[in-house]
Design a protein around this ligand. Structure first.
Ligand code: NZQ
Ligand code: ZN
Length: 386
C-alpha cells in the first residue's frame, strides 16, 4: 500500500428528516444564500418549497440559480458567479444531483477569482479560496456530495473538464434517501453504473498489499449488485435507496482509492463522449467499461480480473483463470444491461465521426491508468463499443 493523505471535511447528515439541519447549517455560515438547482425536479417533488420555507423561517436572504443542466455548462457557472457577487452571498446551497453540486462547487471557487471561471477548469492551481457549499442530494451517483471533484463542460469547444481541488469539499451534505424515490429508472441505473465505475477505477491497480481498499471496494460493488436492481424495480424501497446513496458517497471519497496510486481509465474516455454528445455520464460508462476491460485483459492483468470475478461475482475459483476473467467481464456488462442500460454507442447516437479527436484528448489523462492507454488504444476501445 502506498503512502497517502486523507481528510474529508464534509459534515454528513444522513437519513429521513435530516433536512431539518439545513436552516441551522446555513445560519452557521451566513445569512445570504445562493440556491442552485436543476431543471425543475425539485419543484415537482416539493423539495424546493421545503427549502424556501426553511429559508423563510431562518431569515435567510436567498437568490436563485435554477436550470443547471445535466453535464453542467460553464455559462451557468458564470451566471452563478455574477449572482453571488451582486448579492454578496455568504453560502451556496446546492439542491440536486451531481450536476447541480458540481456547478455550485465551481461557482464557489470562481467568485473570488478575478479571471474567467473556465481558467480554473484548465488550471485548478489558480483556486485559492471558496464560498462554503451545502448540498441536499437528490440523486445517488457521482459522490460529489462528499468528494473534492467537479466536472464542468464548455460545449462550444466540446471540452468536459474534471477538476480536483481540496476547496471543492462541501461543508455540509444532507443525504435523505427519500429524496431519491422520484429519480427516473434510467437515471437510477446510470447512477449505479457510475458508482460501480468509481470503485472499479481504483480496484484495478498493480499496487500490492492494499487489502483494506480492495475488500472495501468489493463490498461496495456487491452492495450495488444487490440493491441496484431493487432500487430500479421498487423506486420507493428505502433500504435499497439508502444503501445505494451511501455507497455513492463512499465509492469516490478516497477510502478505496488512496494508497493504490492509479488514475481513472473509463472516466477520461467517457468524459469525451458526454463532452461531444451530451449523453448521461453513467450510460457512457456502462457502454465503455466492459470494452475497456476486454482490451486490457492480458497475462499481466489476469490476476486482477480473477480476483474481481471470484470476490465480486462469486465465480468458482477452481475454473481456468482466463475463463473466470472473461466471465467476470461478461457479468459486468450483463448486469448493467439488466438495468436497461445501453451497451453500444450506436444506441445513444454516437458514430465514428469524432473518435480521432476524442481519443487524442483522452490519451494524456490515461498515462497513469491501470494499463496506460495511447490515442490508438482509446480509438480501438471506442470502435469495439460501437
Ligand atoms: O435537473 P433536474 O430537474 O433536477 O433533473 C435531474 C436530471 O435531469 C434528474 N434528477 C435528479 N434528482 C432527481 C431527478 N429527477 C427526479 N427526482 C430526483 N430526485 O436526474 C437527471 C440527472 O441529474 P444529474 O445531476 O445530471 O446526474 P448525476 O448526479 O449523475 O451528475 C452527472 C454529472 O456529474 C459528473 C458527470 O460527469 C456529470 O456531469 N460527475 C461528477 C463527479 C464528481 N463531482 O465527483 C464524478 C463523476 O464521475 C461524474 O463525472
Ligand atoms: Zn463518474
Amino acid at each position: 500500500m502506498d503512502n497517502f493523505y486523507f481528510h474529508i471535511p464534509t459534515e454528513v447528515y444522513f437519513g429521513k428528516g435530516q433536512i431539518g439541519q439545513l436552516g441551522p447549517a446555513v445560519k452557521r455560515l451566513g445569512t445570504r444564500a445562493l440556491l442552485v438547482y436543476g431543471g425543475g425536479s425539485i419543484k415537482k417533488t416539493g423539495l424546493y418549497q421545503t427549502v424556501q420555507a426553511i429559508f423563510g423561517q431562518n431569515v435567510i436572504d436567498c437568490v436563485e440559480l435554477g436550470g443547471v443542466e445535466p453535464n453542467p455548462r460553464i455559462e451557468t457557472v458564470r451566471r452563478g458567479v455574477s449572482l453571488c457577487r451582486q448579492h454578496k452571498t455568504d453560502v451556496i446551497v446546492a439542491v440536486g444531483g451531481g450536476s447541480v453540486i458540481d456547478c455550485a462547487k465551481v461557482i464557489s471557487t470562481a467568485v473570488g477569482y478575478d479571471g474567467d471561471a473556465w481558467d480554473l477548469a484548465l488550471n485548478p492551481g489558480l483556486i485559492t479560496g471558496a464560498l462554503p457549499v451545502i448540498t441536499v442530494l437528490t440523486m445517488a451517483a457521482t459522490g460529489s456530495e462528499m468528494d473534492h471533484f467537479a466536472v464542468i463542460s464548455d460545449m462550444k469547444t466540446n471540452n468536459k473538464a474534471g477538476i480536483a481541488s481540496q476547496m471543492f469539499y462541501p461543508r455540509v451534505s444532507i443525504l435523505d434517501p427519500e429524496y431519491t424515490f422520484t429519480v427516473p429508472k434510467e437515471q437510477t441505473a446510470a447512477g449505479v453504473a457510475d458508482i460501480m465505475s468509481h470503485l472499479l477505477e481504483n480496484y484495478f491497480s498493480f499496487v500490492s498489499g492494499a487489502a483494506v481498499q480492495r475488500r472495501l471496494a468489493e463490498a461496495l460493488l456487491k452492495i450495488c449488485i444487490q440493491y441496484g436492481p431493487i432500487a430500479y424495480r421498487e423506486p420507493e424501497n428505502y433500504e435499497a435507496r439508502a444503501n445505494i446513496m451511501w455507497a455513492s458517497s463512499l465509492a469516490i471519497d478516497g477510502i478505496t482509492s488512496r494508497g493504490v496510486n492509479v488514475s481513472s481509465s473509463a472516466h477520461p474516455m467517457e468524459h469525451q463522449l458526454s463532452g461531444y454528445y451530451d449523453i448521461t455520464h453513467g450510460v457512457g460508462l456502462a457502454i465503455l467499461t466492459p470494452h475497456w476491460m476486454r482490451y486490457v485483459l492480458s497475462e499481466k492483468t489476469l490476476r486482477n480480473f480473477v480476483e474481481y470475478g471470484v470476490n465480486v461475482w462469486g465465480i468458482d475459483v477452481g475454473r481456468p483463470p482466463m475463463e473466470i476473467a472473461n466471465e467476470a467481464i461478461q457479468k459486468t456488462g450483463d448486469f448493467w444491461r439488466s438495468l436497461g442500460l445501453p451497451s453500444t454507442l450506436h444506441e445513444v447516437g454516437i458514430n465514428e465521426e469524432h473518435f480521432g479527436v476524442m481519443a487524442e484528448k483522452a490519451a494524456p489523462l490515461l498515462k497513469g491508468a491501470f494499463c496506460p492507454l495511447a490515442a490508438d488504444d482509446v480509438r480501438a476501445i471506442f470502435r469495439a463499443a460501437l
